[in-house]
Design a protein around this ligand. Structure first.
Ligand SMILES: Cc1cc2nc3c(=O)[nH]c(=O)nc-3n(C[C@H](O)[C@H](O)[C@H](O)COP(=O)(O)O)c2cc1C
Length: 148
């Protein structure tokens, strides 16, 4: 059974709820999950499959509960060659820094040697009211790619 470490970053809770919905869907599809709503890098194993889901705050900033994680990626550049990851961002397209947080994670994870599975999904909350419905096709495709 494939194990996924699901990591959410949220300021007001919307992304955390969305991550829980994704977790339910993945569990129904027989994946084993470890869930972190906000995480310090030290809690994560340096091998495996991560699904990172984060909103953006400030001007393109990462939510407070993922700041330590991004800081370590930027400053310490840990070797993440044994990590595969999926990336989903939630944001508001009225900001020039639309989905800035997931863009940063994608950038630094790749720099650290992690391999991304699928494209980065960026969800605009001004256009998509049901996050789960909008993202289902992406998740289904991602599942197929990780079990190949
Ligand atoms: C003060 C503030 C700053 C924000 N900055 C950005 C931003 O720079 N880029 C973006 O795409 N969305 C931005 N957003 C929109 C949030 O990402 C969006 O509302 C999201 O749904 C919040 O999710 P959360 O409840 O999980 O924190 C901002 C929202 C607020 C209230």
């Amino acid at each position: 059974m494939t194990k996924i470490t699901l990591i959410s970053g949220s300021t007001f809770g919307k992304t955390e709820d969305f991550a829980e919905d994704i977790a339910k869907f993945l569990k129904k599809n027989n994946f084993k999950l470890k869930i972190f709503h906000g995480v310090n890098f030290s809690k994560l194993s340096n091998k495996g499959l991560w699904l990172i889901i984060t909103s953006t705050y400030g001007l393109g900033d990462v939510p407070e509960n993922l700041k330590n994680f991004l800081k370590i990626l930027k400053k310490e550049k840990p070797c993440l060659k044994k990590i595969m990851f999926g990336a989903i961002g939630i944001g508001n397209s009225e900001y020039d820094t639309f989905c800035g947080a997931i863009k940063k994670f994608n950038h630094y994870l790749l720099l650290c040697g992690a391999k991304r599975i699928g494209k980065v999904l960026e969800i605009d909350i001004t256009k998509n009211f049901c996050l789960m419905e909008y993202s289902k096709p992406w998740i289904k495709k991602w599942i197929k790619e990780i079990i190949v």
